[in-house]
Design a protein around this ligand. Structure first.
Ligand code: S3P
Length: 441
């Protein structure tokens, strides 16, 4: 088992570009595979999650070249050019890959089976299977969880789907199935969720419209291959946004960070807490806006997180809790029960970690209440079990900027699912993370 020993640090400084966006990288591979022609993806995230998507597409007959680690060339096979594979497709740790492939495979001529690692095998898949069945798909789950078995040769038809959970993965699964369906597919969101799929489909020449909270897509449209520029991942940048804010000194610059407004809720939350984060060099020329972010240390104040920001900051709450523990006053998060079905139960696992480091907090059914300590150390030293959750591991590494003693973080190998090279990059700007092998408990 991999573990990190993180020694307290006080200063972070420098300029860095975090790796490419995970959500955008998955989608670029999938849409590139379904398109007619060659798609070139620049800034691709070379992480385990995205490589699971890449391997599955290759297994289904898509030629994908990698002239460099961050450049990928996908030879699209067209909407109906994939071929079946007679073994399960392994999605690893990637919930996005599994749910989006469910939509993409529901209208194929062949059968498919999707599996994943021990974390993914516990995650709910009926939220995507349900609407796909309404479209005519034949899908089985095991008590709602993977393996997911998809029967091919079904004729799909468009539906009007009012999504009960605010999930971009479910929305995307239904829209991808909608490409193969007769008629128009409509999805209505209960709250804004990330719209990378809609933006990218438009970039591939697909007619897709939004009216209020409803997105509609006529079926049977061909995708036109092209270029995809992947921004630096806002969710990976988030660790450094909090690091730069809670550090005692230094100045950080994060380059070309994805600034999609359906994704960057943490920026608004941190600014409302008093963070000094400046948005510079905005580039809105592509489908995904990007900007440089300059972050200076600040005395943060506790916050009651506004409900409408919860779905658009959903992956950032582990590191938000670290900011809250370092802030003046009480912070409260409600309406975030979705955190319980991520790569781990992020509410329970973060609460256990905060407890281990002496942070006063209350675990709520749908969130957390945290009492911050703005002066002196916010965290004592101790040992954290990340439960194999990449974002939990990286969040507690950031806590070292306000820790009284060393923090040991167990089970960190899965950081490679979203942010390969995190420890080296963090060390380059002032953190002190040493990786070690530990006996598996
Ligand atoms: C993602 C959507 C979100 C997010 C996940 C990536 C996506 O999941 O948590 O990390 O790429 O569509 P939900 O759709 O389950 O909210």
């Amino acid at each position: 088992m991999k573990r990190w020993q993180v020694t307290p640090a006080a200063r972070v400084a420098g300029s860095l570009r975090v790796p490419g966006d995970k959500s955008v990288s998955h989608r670029a591979l999938m849409l590139g595979g379904l398109a007619v022609g060659t798609t070139t993806v620049e800034g691709f995230l070379d992480s385990e999650d995205c490589l699971a998507t890449l391997a599955a597409l290759r297994a289904m007959g898509v030629t994908i070249e990698r002239p460099s680690a961050h450049t990928v060339r996908v030879e699209g096979v067209g909407l109906h050019g994939l071929r079946g594979v007679d073994r399960p497709l392994d999605m690893g740790n990637a919930g996005t890959a599994m749910r989006l492939f469910m939509g993409l495979l529901a209208g194929q001529k062949f059968d498919s089976t999707l599996v994943g690692d021990s974390s993914l095998m516990k995650r709910p898949m009926e939220r995507a299977a349900g609407p796909l069945r309404q479209m005519g798909a034949l899908i089985e789950t095991a008590d709602g969880k993977p393996p997911v078995r998809i029967r091919g040769g079904r004729r799909l038809h468009g539906i009007d789907f009012a999504m009960p959970v605010a999930s971009a993965q479910v929305k995307s699964a239904v829209l991808l199935a909608g490409l193969f369906a007769d008629g128009v597919t409509r999805v209505t969101e209960p709250a804004t969720t990330r719209d990378h799929t809609e933006r990218m489909l438009r970039g591939f020449g697909v007619r897709i419209e939004r009216q209020g909270a409803t997105i509609s897509l006529p079926g049977g449209q061909n995708l036109r291959a092209g270029q995809v520029a992947v921004p630096a991942d806002f969710s990976s940048a988030a660790f450094f946004m909090v690091a730069g804010s809670i550090a005692r000194e230094g100045e950080l610059v994060l380059e070309r960070v994805g600034m999609n407004p359906t994704r960057n809720g943490l920026l608004e939350i941190l600014r409302a807490m008093g963070a000094d984060i400046r948005v510079e060099l905005v580039d809105e020329s592509g489908p995904e806006p990007v900007a440089n972010l300059k972050i200076l240390p600040a005395r943060l104040r506790g916050i009651a997180v506004p409900r409408h920001l919860v779905p658009i900051a959903i992956d950032e709450f582990p590191v938000f809790f670290i900011a809250a523990a370092s802030a003046d006053g009480v912070s409260v998060l409600h309406g975030a029960e979705e955190l319980r079905v991520k790569e781990s139960d992020r509410l329970a696992v973060m609460a256990a970690g905060l407890a281990a480091l002496g942070v006063e907090h209350e675990l709520l059914p749908d969130g957390m209440r945290i009492v911050g300590r703005p002066d002196g150390a916010a965290f004592r030293g101790g040992t954290i079990d990340s439960h194999g959750d990449h974002r939990i591991a990286m969040s507690f590494a950031v806590a070292s900027l306000r820790a009284a003693a060393a923090i040991t973080i167990d089970d960190v190998a899965n950081v490679a699912t979203s942010f390969p090279g995190f420890a080296a990059l963090a060390n380059a700007i002032g953190l002190s993370i040493v990786e070690a092998e530990a006996a598996t408990p």
